[in-house]
Design a protein around this ligand. Structure first.
Ligand code: NAD
Length: 489
């Protein structure tokens, strides 16, 4: 039974089900459509047009055709459109949250957090769009003025994942529009509705035709490959898994494209010996269960000092066992389903392997017997140090706890993975905080708290977690070229 039919109607009404190319909404030439499934019920919610190579090429034409006009549009006008888009998302926040919950599964309150986060990329970059770019200097010899001019990089391809279907679109579109770039957006096949709703918002905000084009697809490469091969494309920004990111980087090489890569994570959550356990537990629950555990910056592996490990694991298990699991549209639900049967299979396999290797299941450890792709919130204690679950991105509500003895040991173990997106540390020792900021091989460090994502902050990773940053002034840099003009004095 649908827990909230009125909200479902309002939510689905916000998302067009056609492709948005060159300012027109329409079906794919092939007539193909893509079913969107509600992971809480396994029922088909709706079908959207599924683009192919022809639509990829048409969207590229539209983005290239609109590029000069948009680059020449006054920054104030670009800012006003972004600001209107922020206002429209904010007005529709509840229904947009419903849309995220319907197609992706995270609980409504969590989805509302994503809507606010997503909207902020439009507001923050509307404010940044008018901040004048560039600098002047004098050559050390005194014979030359050095001027820099900032130009939009040009048409971009955006490929986004299913776990933050609204925010991953606005985190790219906001700075791109502020800088004067146009784009083709290929949202994740599992969750195209939120991206289509963003298209509708931008249209209503007055964005000229062709500046943003939204092309869902069943086969992602069918759309992305012709766009990547087009010599007019100047930039690729991708958020998703490391293997797909690596393949897209190879496809971007012939065109020597600017690239931003927001890839996988395997965040260490380190509880040092002096940590306040209550603070650490609250941070752990937030960092593990946000977005049903399907967040690239989710706490992955809990390294707890041996003096606290048993206590921490037992108390974390109590909190996980008390979480209300269900359809995210139901009031009070704290954890929804995983996005797909496939995703659940991967999570279950990691838990089963850890259990077989000797880990203790303190709570959860199985899929509940009900429709939907649910997996119980799970805490694993005494996980052997060589278990794959400690060094693999879990992407589900599973917290493996392993103990450590010394700071050197835990930093070495945390840095042994080839991913480096986020890291969480719990301590009140400022020397230790500074040491972790220097030595933990991650792009973001959260201290005594859960996720620290913010539109004004640079989000991104090191090592195989990616290239470039999204958010903050750094996020705008990704969309600007620097042109040097030398003027004899
Ligand atoms: P994914 O890599 O499977 O898919 C991401 C996007 O790429 C989707 O739009 C998908 O349709 C598309 N895609 C897949 N194969 C493709 C191909 N061969 N050519 C072109 N496009 C292709 O990732 P996912 O499962 O959607 O998302 C989960 C992953 O994303 C996790 O690894 C997570 O850590 C990562 N992620 C990273 C960040 C970040 O900011 N670093 C944020 C969110 C998610």
């Amino acid at each position: 039974m649908n827990p909230n039919p009125e909200l479902i109607d309002k939510a689905l009404a916000l998302a067009p089900t056609d492709l948005w190319v060159g300012g027109n909404w329409g079906p794919a030439a092939s007539g193909k459509r893509l079913a969107v499934v509600n992971p809480a019920t396994e029922a088909v919610l709706t079908e959207v047009a599924a683009g192919g190579p022809a639509e990829g090429a048409a969207a590229m034409d539209a983005a290239a055709g609109a590029a000069k006009g948009w680059a020449d549009t006054a920054p104030r006008q670009r800012a006003d459109i972004l600001r209107r888009a922020f206002d429209l998302i904010t007005e529709r926040a509840e229904a947009l949250a419903g849309l995220i919950t319907l197609e992706m599964g995270k609980p409504l309150a969590d989805a509302l957090g994503e809507v606010r986060y997503a909207a902020e990329f439009f507001r923050w970059y509307s404010e940044e769009a008018v901040r004048g770019f560039g600098r002047t200097a004098v050559a050390p010899e005194g014979h030359l003025d050095i001027l820099t001019v900032r130009r939009p990089v040009g048409p971009c391809l955006f490929v986004t994942p299913w776990n933050f279907p609204l925010a991953m679109a606005t985190r790219k579109i906001g700075p791109a529009l502020a800088a004067g770039c146009t784009c083709v957006l290929k949202p994740a096949s599992l969750t195209p509705l939120s991206a289509l709703a963003v298209g509708r918002v931008l249209e209503e905000a007055g964005l000229p035709a062709g500046v943003v084009n939204v092309v869902p697809a069943e086969s992602s490469a069918a759309v992305s490959s012709p766009v990547l091969a087009d010599p007019r494309l100047r930039k690729l920004s991708f958020t998703g898994s490391t293997p797909v990111g690596q393949a897209l980087l190879a496809e971007a090489a012939p065109g020597v494209l600017r690239t931003s890569m927001e890839l996988g994570g395997c965040a260490p959550f380190i509880v040092f010996a002096d940590a306040d356990l209550e603070v650490a537990l609250a941070a752990a629950v937030a960092a593990k269960t946000r977005s049903n555990g399907e967040a690239c910056n989710a706490a992955n592996t809990f390294y707890v000092h041996e003096s606290l490990a048993d206590d921490f694991a037992v108390r974390l298990a109590e909190r996980f066992a008390a979480l209300r699991v269900g359809d995210g549209l139901e009031p009070g639900v704290e954890l929804g389903p995983l996005v797909s049967a496939d995703q659940r299979r991967q999570v279950a396999a990691l838990v089963d392997a850890a259990r077989a290797a000797g880990a203790t299941v303190l709570t959860g450890g199985a899929a509940p017997d009900r429709p939907g792709f649910f997996y119980q919130p799970t805490v694993l204690g005494a996980v052997p140090p060589d278990s794959a679950i400690l060094t693999t991105e879990i992407f589900g509500p599973v917290a493996p706890v392993t103990l450590f003895a010394t700071v050197d040991e835990v930093l070495t173990r945390a840095n042994s993975v080839d991913l480096g997106l986020a890291g969480y540390i719990c301590t009140s020792d400022m020397k230790l905080v500074r040491r972790c900021a220097r030595e933990l091989e991650v792009g973001m460090v959260a201290v005594n708290t859960g996720p620290i994502s913010n539109a004004a902050a640079p989000f991104g990773g090191v090592k195989r977690s990616g290239l470039g940053r999204e958010g903050g002034p750094e996020g705008l840099e990704e969309y600007l070229d620097t042109i040097y003009v030398g003027l004899p004095t």
